[in-house]
Design a protein. Structure first.
Length: 285
């Protein structure tokens, strides 16, 4: 008996398969699968041009960076949050420089410069925080982020990083104004000053992002955000003012400054862990 010959495969019917994390994807020789640009961690996809397997590992921090880049790109196009914070912070510092003056000389009092710095940052940061999340509500972006296959913790960290960048940008204007208007010695201990500013800004962005996300759907969010946020930030603001005052104040004391800087670091770690733990429940509610 003659062996049966196989019929030649019809052109265009030959298929190649590429197995992935979520099943088998078939691709014909004449057709192509659409390119997948967003994939989950550990997914295996086909290269439509050569049929080779490509494994794209998208980690947790890649999701964090994607959320943060989204906010920063939107702000680079609109420039409404940063400009609002810069203008408000500069106006607050300018008004304070005329309010806190010595009676005889009429010069601004330098001993209050640390406290006024953080009052200005607090008000400007709250304004920017509220405006940034109002934009998420108006465009319904937060709902899309929550529906995306992204960990909720990554969404939170991305939002907190973008808020921290906005506040640091405002501080680039407010801090030099302290040196000009109040004659504060900013170059006395620049390392400690930068660390104190960074840790306080991180703490503010962490706590602020949690409360702003929680109040996103509230009609009275503009009133409730400062009322709920400021009591939680009181320890951080006191520590930031103490650390900054020990650096740029009349009585320079690096040991006191670093003590309060360590307090700021502990504050950031505690509230970061708590925020990552409760953020998903808060945004779902």
């Amino acid at each position: 008996m003659r062996p049966r010959r196989r019929a030649p495969a019809r052109q265009g019917r030959r298929r190649s398969a590429c197995t992935g994390r979520y099943g088998v994807f078939a691709r014909g020789t004449q057709g192509h699968l659409p390119r997948v640009r967003r994939v989950t961690a550990g997914a295996t996809i086909c290269d439509t041009s050569s049929g080779r397997r490509k494994t794209v590992a998208v980690g947790f921090f890649a999701h964090v960076g994607a959320v943060a880049r989204k906010d920063l790109r939107v702000e680079l196009r609109s420039r409404e949050v940063v400009y609002t914070m810069l203008f408000f912070g500069a106006m607050v510092m300018l008004i304070f420089s005329f309010a806190f003056v010595e009676g005889r000389t009429g010069k601004a009092i330098g001993d209050v410069s640390a406290g006024l710095l953080w009052i200005s940052v607090l008000f400007a940061g709250t304004l920017g925080l509220s405006r940034a999340f109002d934009r998420e509500r108006e465009d319904n972006t937060m709902r899309g982020l929550l529906l995306a296959p992204v960990p909720r913790a990554a969404i939170f960290l991305g939002k907190a990083i973008s808020i921290a960048v906005f506040i640091l940008t405002a501080e680039l204007v407010v801090v030099p104004m302290i040196g000009v208007l109040f004659k504060a010695p900013l170059g006395r201990d620049p390392v400690a000053l930068v660390v104190a500013l960074a840790l306080a800004t991180i703490g503010f962005s962490i706590v602020g992002s949690v409360f702003a996300s929680m109040l996103l759907r509230s009609r009275a969010r503009a009133v409730l955000l400062p009322v709920t946020l400021y009591p939680i930030l009181v320890p951080m603001m006191i520590a930031a003012a103490k650390a900054t005052g020990a650096i740029i104040g009349a009585a320079y004391d690096p040991s006191v400054a670093w003590f309060w800087i360590r307090f700021l670091a502990v504050f950031d770690v505690v509230f970061l862990v708590a925020a990552l733990w409760f953020f998903e429940a808060l945004v779902i509610e």
